[in-house]
Design a protein around this ligand. Structure first.
Ligand SMILES: N[C@@H](CCC(=O)N[C@@H](CS)C(=O)NCC(=O)O)C(=O)O
Length: 390
């Protein structure tokens, strides 16, 4: 296949059948009715097509009908919504819009740790996923499925469980976050089909990323969801099946006034923002690892993730771009949780990745040849690399 992947009449969506963020995008594409060709990646497509187009071997990635590329579900879905969104999945009121983006970032990034832990730590889940991922990534390549599956299990465990600070002494805290999230979503779904009312929004798609492909489908976490949170289990199916024909397009999205959101704001303020700050400080000091203390729990030797310095930067820039009136509304709603004072006072740490959030991507990236190719045998790093010089 040509690395440039010649333009086609439809979008091309490069996805993985077991992937957190592919599930988020795919549910959105179905809901928005965006016509696309679904391409399950293997190691060759990742290296030869996705990497030179996006700079990382990560899914999902999309190629537009005109040949341009999109990556990273956060800016990708925002851009797609501007092109196709009728109705938009983002709240129109600026204060609610900002809070929705904050929750999207939290759900995307902070539920990643329990999702990876439940998948790659427990044998009932990792045996199954090792087979599925091995088969998917080796399909049509010269690599053996069993070997690739074994490799991927260890690679994912070491990178996203061990390097994310999880050790026997703090596993109970990671499990507790999953349990609390199921309770928070169940409460919210008691009397509405979607998290902001009658139709899905970005907040649904963001929680859906972990809840669908990981928690609802990986055996170990699925049992807990089915046993303790049937409303969440039903919602997962509802989001997957949502389309213009079965959801009211005129329905206004709800705002965040309900006290249902307080517990989620509490998680963001107490744990996620603390993490973002410590990660950003370590990044600014040029460190590669840091210890994180949340309450009385220590997560040792966590990898510094530059992408999440960029997430923090995006939140702060979005807050600063609000009008004084919208900022006052955000402050009022987020005051009690402590998020508002963080938004006002947190110093900006510049990630140098802001350009990576502008869609469609404006450039091509280097191929995986020579030394770089060898290094990439263990995948692209968790992080996004800095944009190459033009
Ligand atoms: N922020 C990105 C994250 C993409 C991402 O991490 N994708 C995972 C699959 S869910 C991946 O491809 N991981 C491969 C790797 O890290 O090697 C997004 O929202 O799309």
């Amino acid at each position: 296949m040509s690395t440039a992947a010649t333009p086609s009449a439809r979008y091309r969506a490069y996805v993985s059948d077991v992937s957190y963020y592919s599930g988020k995008l795919e549910a959105y594409l179905r809901y928005a009715g965006i016509d696309h060709e679904r391409i399950e990646v293997n190691t060759d497509t990742l290296r030869n097509t996705v990497l030179p187009a996006t700079g990382v071997m990560k899914v999902p990635a999309m190629q537009c009908p005109d040949g341009r590329w999109l990556k990273d579900t956060t800016p990708m879905m925002r851009w797609l919504d501007q092109q196709h969104g009728r109705p938009s999945i983002y709240p129109t009121d600026p204060a609610s819009h900002f809070i929705a983006l904050l929750i999207e970032d939290y759900a995307d990034e902070w539920l990643w740790r329990p999702a990876m832990y439940y998948r790659w730590n427990f044998a009932d889940s990792h045996r199954l996923l090792r087979h599925r991922l091995g088969r998917e990534l080796s399909d049509g390549t010269r690599y053996p499925a069993a070997g690739l599956g074994w490799y991927m299990r260890w690679r994912q465990y070491l990178t996203f469980v061990r390097d994310d600070g999880i050790r026997p002494h703090n596993e109970a805290q990671v499990q507790a976050l999953y349990r609390r999230t199921l309770a928070q979503l169940s409460q919210r779904l008691k009397d509405r089909p979607f998290l902001l009312g009658e139709r899905p929004s970005i907040v649904d798609f963001a929680f859906f990323a972990s809840m669908f492909r990981h928690f609802a489908l990986d055996p170990h976490s699925a049992k807990q969801m089915i046993d303790t949170a049937p409303a969440v289990y039903a919602w997962v199916g509802r989001v997957w099946n949502a389309h213009g024909g079965n959801t009211p397009s005129h329905a206004e999205l709800e705002d965040f006034a309900s006290s249902d959101w307080n517990a989620i704001f509490g998680e963001i303020s107490r744990d996620y923002l603390t993490y973002l700050d410590v990660n950003a400080t370590a990044y600014a000091r040029g460190e590669k690892h840091f210890d994180l203390t949340l309450g009385d729990t220590v997560y040792p030797q966590m990898a510094v993730v530059r992408y999440r310095v960029a997430c923090r930067e995006q939140i702060l820039l979005a807050y600063r771009a609000l009008t004084a009136e919208a900022r006052a509304q955000v402050d009022l709603r987020l005051q009690a949780s402590g998020i508002a004072s963080w938004l006002r006072q947190a110093p900006l740490v510049v990630s140098g990745l802001a350009e990576e959030f502008v869609m469609p991507l404006q450039r091509r990236y280097p191929k995986a040849t020579g030394l770089r190719g060898l290094k990439l045998l263990k995948g692209t790093p968790w992080d996004m690399p800095a944009p190459p010089v033009r």
